[in-house]
Ligand binder design. Structure first.
Ligand SMILES: [Zn+2]
Length: 62
């Protein structure tokens, strides 16, 4: 497995929009690999839906 920055593409379950999640893998030692996933972009995208999810409550939820 090559080390260095790469990105995963996930699809938002709410709107199906692709979200790029940067992933960095680096070797700590010959047998250990550290994988960092930057969820900032996913959090930002999900935050866009928060007001919508609150206002879209069905009438029965009142
Ligand atoms: Zn979405």
């Amino acid at each position: 497995m090559a080390s260095g920055p790469t990105a995963l593409t996930v699809h938002c379950p709410h709107c199906e929009e692709p979200i790029e999640v940067p992933v960095t893998a680096r070797h700590l030692s010959r047998t250990e690999v550290a994988i960092s996933v930057d969820l900032g972009s996913a959090r930002e995208h999900i935050a866009v839906h928060v007001p919508r999810l609150i206002t879209d409550l069905p009438p029965t939820a009142r």
